[in-house]
Ligand binder design. Structure first.
Ligand code: FMN
Length: 324
């Protein structure tokens, strides 16, 4: 399939794997890229810029296809060495960067000078327009359904994507709630040029996370996510567990006076415990409502090949049949 996104990134299929903390390692990024999509290494999961440089080199050993690096600008406990990470990305010859959180204006000149394509992930039309104005090549429009940080506007993709199509000139990926060929075909119909998936790619053979995480996603339904940290205006969609319910109880009890320190036990430093050690009750971890559509743990190649084959038949048979 040829879209403005496949052309921009030089890839075969319009499918991206979004950056994911303690999931987006070289193994997964390379598997997605080798399957014809574009995989993403999560920059900040690497403790230092030197670690990121090693991860990029590892990914290059595993694939000769384009892959991306995610740079997330979110409130973190300690401020990361962003210039160092940008240097590692440029020197590593990375061709695509996915930015997220704050708008990436401070790093844009360096990335653009290096000829890197920048896709900014954002949760509103106004942020997408800002990304376009500062020179981003594309955006990923992340609807309210998404795993991770959906922002504070709560606009689902059925509205957000056509609104983005009305306003944007640069191409965009549909993100949040995407799982299969139906998601891809619907996204294209709503004006997107491809789709970005997070949660779906965690439940794949190559995702380098504990088996418990994959099984939790397969077992979950669309009713099992919760929004945490809304009172801190840092809303995150996570899979429910005892720690998450405890966190929500603190939010109810403390109300507007809640501070990050009050919930630190449930959110800080929990990713390695969950993703690597499989301690599923260790704290809050991002997961999308789309878990309700995930019933298997395929290889990335089987997943992407299946999506593309079924999208072809959905468009040529089902949809074309309806208008014949
Ligand atoms: C476990 C997990 C960790 C994530 N970590 C990040 C991150 O560090 N930076 C980022 O920009 N997005 C992060 N995301 C968001 C994804 O890149 C993607 O935008 C989102 O998962 C799309 O929604 P979906 O899960 O419904 O597919 C994360 C998502 C998940 C599920």
């Amino acid at each position: 399939m040829k879209t403005r996104i496949t052309e921009l990134f030089g890839i075969e299929h319009p499918i991206m794997q979004g950056g994911m903390h303690f999931v987006g390692f070289a193994e997964l990024a390379a598997a997605v890229s080798n399957a014809g999509g574009i995989g993403t290494i999560t920059g900040l999961t690497q403790r230092t810029p030197a670690d990121l440089a090693n991860e990029i080199a590892k990914c290059r050993d595993l694939t000769d296809k384009p892959f991306a690096v995610n740079l997330t600008f979110l409130p973190t406990v300690s401020s990361p060495d962003y210039p160092g990470y940008v240097k590692a990305i440029i020197e590593g010859g990375v061709k695509v960067v996915e930015t997220a959180g704050r708008n990436p204006s401070e790093v844009m000149p360096y990335l653009k000078d290096a000829g890197i394509k920048v896709v900014h992930k954002c949760t509103s039309v106004r942020h997408a327009l800002k990304a376009q104005a500062i020179g981003c090549d594309a955006v990923s429009v992340d609807g309210f359904e998404c795993g991770g940080h959906p922002g504070e506007d709560d606009i689902p993709n059925m509205i957000l994507l056509p609104r983005a199509a009305e306003e944007l000139e640069i191409p965009f990926l549909a993100s949040g709630g995407m799982a299969d060929a139906r998601s891809l075909v619907a996204s294209l119909a709503l004006g997107a040029e491809g789709m970005n998936m997070g949660t779906r790619f965690i439940a794949t053979k190559e995702a380098p996370v504990h088996e418990n995480v994959k099984q939790a996603i397969v077992a979950a339904s669309e009713l099992d996510t919760r929004l945490v940290m809304r009172p801190l205006r840092n809303t995150e969609r996570v899979l429910t567990n005892d720690a998450v319910e405890r966190l929500l109880e603190k939010e109810r009890t403390l109300g507007a006076s809640i501070k990050f320190e009050d919930i630190i036990e449930e959110v800080a430093g929990v990713y390695p415990k969950i993703m690597i050690d499989g301690e599923m009750e260790a704290g809050a971890w991002s997961c999308g409502m789309v878990a309700g559509l995930i019933h298997d743990i395929p290889t990335c190649k089987d997943l992407i090949d299946g999506i593309m084959a079924e999208a072809d038949s959905l468009i040529k048979s089902r949809l074309a049949g309806l208008v014949a």
